[in-house]
Design a protein around this ligand. Structure first.
Ligand code: NAD
Ligand code: DAU
Length: 352
């Protein structure tokens, strides 16, 4: 009998991480160690359905704790690391950049350094850094981000992710650490923390609260259903070429205001409201500082080399997402209680 391989997934209690953990567990080929600090964004409820699986282990810890990370590698001979733990919200990075440097840069370098020390040239190891398309900066009306697009990060969040990508490549180049990186566009789906555009709008429409659209709502994002991202992560971890970067994207660009209109209409149907009810709650607020205009991914390399394509149509994915938030009101109430409202009120107290 072949034993499942031990892998370390960081940030597995967060939005994307929980879908990645579930996918690897369900494949039956891995014994997953989910290392997560459980910040405001981490939630063990996201993994309730797999927590009793004998191949799942939760470890509460901080990637910035060097001694602790060393002890983990000492105890387990991991086949690979899939690194998702990060501070992930651009607005929070504008308000408090230092936490982003600590977790996203220092934490990543600690993981790299420990992996280098313990793996030390052993065959078959892989350090996978899950990164973002925001490292490439901002596009005008035309063009797409390619894997060869020069880095041009513009927010403290994207600068911290760009920096960590550079460190991953530097460890590959200098010490021969076997790595792979992916840069993905905006994800959406179940378990998304309601500070990000789509779940924030769903929560506010549901509660008849104002719908804050930054600036004129003309910024464009390329949306991908989270399970399509998790599938790409497994494919790249298992079949991607060492030392390569893969862009992941939905080929699904939406202007923010058009997306908010669509969400209002889908939610009106769901709640049996007369059409147009929710759109009345849209409020144009002060723009995000340094707001990137447009992101759009060219994922040809991933599709040609590894055969990946998104499986979910946008309206199907959005409907599944909306249904999930209605079926999981306790989850939503739980994450929007306590400090959430403090953050929310401070952040949205500004007017247009
Ligand atoms: P998230 O904020 O929902 O989850 C982050 C997780 O990391 C949380 O569970 C949190 O508790 C954990 N964490 C934070 N600091 C930690 C630390 N110091 N030690 C251990 N755990 C810690 O984020 P997400 O949206 O799921 O994003 C996951 C990763 O994917 C991030 O690296 C992000 O940059 C990247 N990414 C996100 C998107 C997106 O659209 N959300 C797109 C592309 C890439
Ligand atoms: O592109 C990938 C990135 O996508 C990830 O790396 C980040 O972790 C993730 O948070 C996301 O970043 P964005 O800044 O694009 O996502 P957010 O949901 O915060 O915002 C999406 C767009 O909506 C952006 O143009 C800002 C706008 N917006 C956002 C919020 C929260 C609003 O107009 N109103 C809002 O209330």
């Amino acid at each position: 009998m072949i034993l499942p391989e031990k892998i370390l997934i960081t940030g597995g209690a967060g939005f994307i991480g929980s879908h990645v953990v579930r996918r690897f567990i369900k494949s039956g080929s891995y014994e997953v160690f989910n290392l997560d600090k459980l910040t405001y964004a981490g939630n063990l409820e996201n993994l309730k359905d797999v927590e009793a699986n004998p191949n799942y282990h939760f470890i509460n810890g901080d990637i910035c704790d060097y001694t602790f990370i060393k002890s983990l590698f000492h105890e387990h001979d991991f086949l690979g690391v899939i690194h998702l733990a990060a501070e992930s919200h651009v607005d929070r990075s504008i308000a408090n950049p230092m936490e982003f440097i600590q977790t996203n840069v220092v934490g990543t370098v600690i993981l790299l350094n420990v992996a280098k020390e313990f793996w030390n040239g052993k065959d078959g190891k892989r350090f996978y850094h899950v990164s973002t398309d925001e490292v490439y900066g901002s596009l005008d009306d035309e063009g797409f981000f390619l894997e060869t697009t020069p880095y041009d990060p513009k927010s403290p969040y994207s600068a911290s992710k760009a920096s960590s990508d550079h460190f991953v490549r530097a460890y590959g180049n200098t010490y021969g650490l076997p790595y792979v990186i992916s840069n993905c566009s905006n994800n959406y789906g179940p378990n998304h923390f309601p500070e990000k555009l789509i779940p924030l709008m769903i929560n506010n429409i549901k509660n008849k609260k104002s719908l804050p659209v930054y600036g004129k709502g003309e910024n464009i994002r390329d949306w991908l259903y989270v399970e399509d991202h998790a599938r790409a992560v497994q494919l790249i971890f298992e079949k991607g070429t060492t030392g390569e970067t893969y862009n992941i994207g939905g080929g699904n660009e939406w202007k923010n205001i058009d997306l908010v209109h669509l969400l209002c209409d889908l939610m009106d149907q769901k709640m049996n409201n007369p059409q147009g009810t929710s759109r009345r709650f849209i409020t144009f607020v002060k723009d995000r500082a340094g707001h990137d205009l447009r992101y759009a991914i060219d994922a040809t390399k991933l599709s040609e080399e590894l055969g990946w394509k998104p499986a979910f149509q946008f309206k199907e994915g959005l409907q599944k997402t909306i249904d999930w938030y209605f079926e999981n009101e306790d989850w939503l109430d739980d994450v929007t209680s306590g400090d959430y409202m403090k953050y929310y009120e401070q952040h949205y107290s500004r007017s247009s």
